[in-house]
Design a protein around this ligand. Structure first.
Ligand SMILES: NC(=O)c1ccc[n+]([C@@H]2O[C@H](COP(=O)([O-])OP(=O)(O)OC[C@H]3O[C@@H](n4cnc5c(N)ncnc54)[C@H](O)[C@@H]3O)[C@@H](O)[C@H]2O)c1
Length: 249
């Protein structure tokens, strides 16, 4: 019997990077995992790897910022496995996708992309799974945040604000739904090493982390499994930093 046996999980942006690590770990803990991505091939490849390793997974394609597409995706999961018990709001912008620049030089028309994906998309997916969670009085919602939001980060103010908004949304919602057995938390990540990152860049960025290295998807996945099981029942409304000791709160 694994910690998440009988649970249904949905990981947004699960087709690569941190989300793929989370999807594998949830499946390893016994959950049936719907691997969402906006890119079909990515979700399908992660899902296939999970199934080949003996787990249960299905790819589900939707842009998390499109409420109609998200509703359709949830219907497909419910039809196959039943309501979503664990939602991981992971889809977002990777470290290398955030182009640093001074806010004063930014163009208002470029702000909505980060806000849509990192805040509105979190609300859309959360809203789509919440009623059934309330009906069966159990649910886990984990949003993948960023230390840019927790500590502030010059050059990425709009991204950091969108991530901070999502963490604030989790905090407020947690108090609304705690009586229904649903927890809502944010994991605030330091830099996670991506597959394209060179050793030189990784070593340079790692200097700011007391633990002496960047994060790995596995570092995040273990925390998601912990929050997603019955072990996480009394942890809600929190922003938990995973960052090798950088800027402790
Ligand atoms: N990588 C880091 O150093 C780091 C640091 C702090 C926070 N984070 C956060 O962690 C999460 C994962 O980051 P990552 O580095 O693994 O990113 P990634 O780009 O490697 O993976 C994200 C996945 O999300 C998918 N995606 C993008 N937009 C989507 C949409 N609208 N709908 C559905 N799927 C979509 C992408 O196709 C991609 O497969 C993000 O929320 C990111 O902001 C990452």
């Amino acid at each position: 019997m694994y910690a998440l046996s009988g649970r249904v999980a949905l990981v947004t942006g699960g087709g690569r990077g941190v989300g793929a690590g989370i999807a594998h770990a949830l499946a390893g803990a016994g959950a049936a995992v719907a691997v969402n991505d906006v890119v079909m091939d990515r979700a399908a490849a992660v899902s296939e790897r999970i199934v080949r390793a003996g787990g249960r997974a299905m790819p589900v394609i939707a842009d998390v910022t499109d409420p109609g597409a998200v509703e359709g995706m949830i219907r497909a999961v419910v039809t196959r496995w039943g309501p979503v018990d664990v939602l991981v709001n992971n889809a977002g912008i990777p470290a290398e996708g955030v182009v640093p620049g001074k806010f004063v030089a930014s163009d208002p028309k470029d702000w909505s992309a980060a806000v849509d994906l990192c805040l509105y998309g979190v609300m859309v997916c959360t809203h789509a799974v919440l009623e059934p969670m309330i009906a069966h009085r159990w649910g886990r919602i984990v949003t993948i945040g960023s230390d840019s939001a927790r500590t502030g980060d010059p050059g990425v103010a709009v991204y950091a604000a969108a991530k901070a908004g999502a963490a604030s949304f989790m905090r407020s919602l947690s108090a609304e739904v705690a009586p229904e057995g649903i927890t809502c938390n944010t994991l605030s990540l330091g830099t996670i090493r991506g597959p394209q990152m060179t050793d030189e860049v990784s070593n340079r960025l790692a200097r700011r982390y007391p633990a002496g290295r960047l994060g790995r998807p596995d570092d995040v996945a273990g925390a998601v499994v912990w929050l997603s099981g019955d072990s996480g029942e009394w942890i809600t409304g929190q922003t938990i930093a995973l960052n090798g000791g950088y800027a402790p709160s």
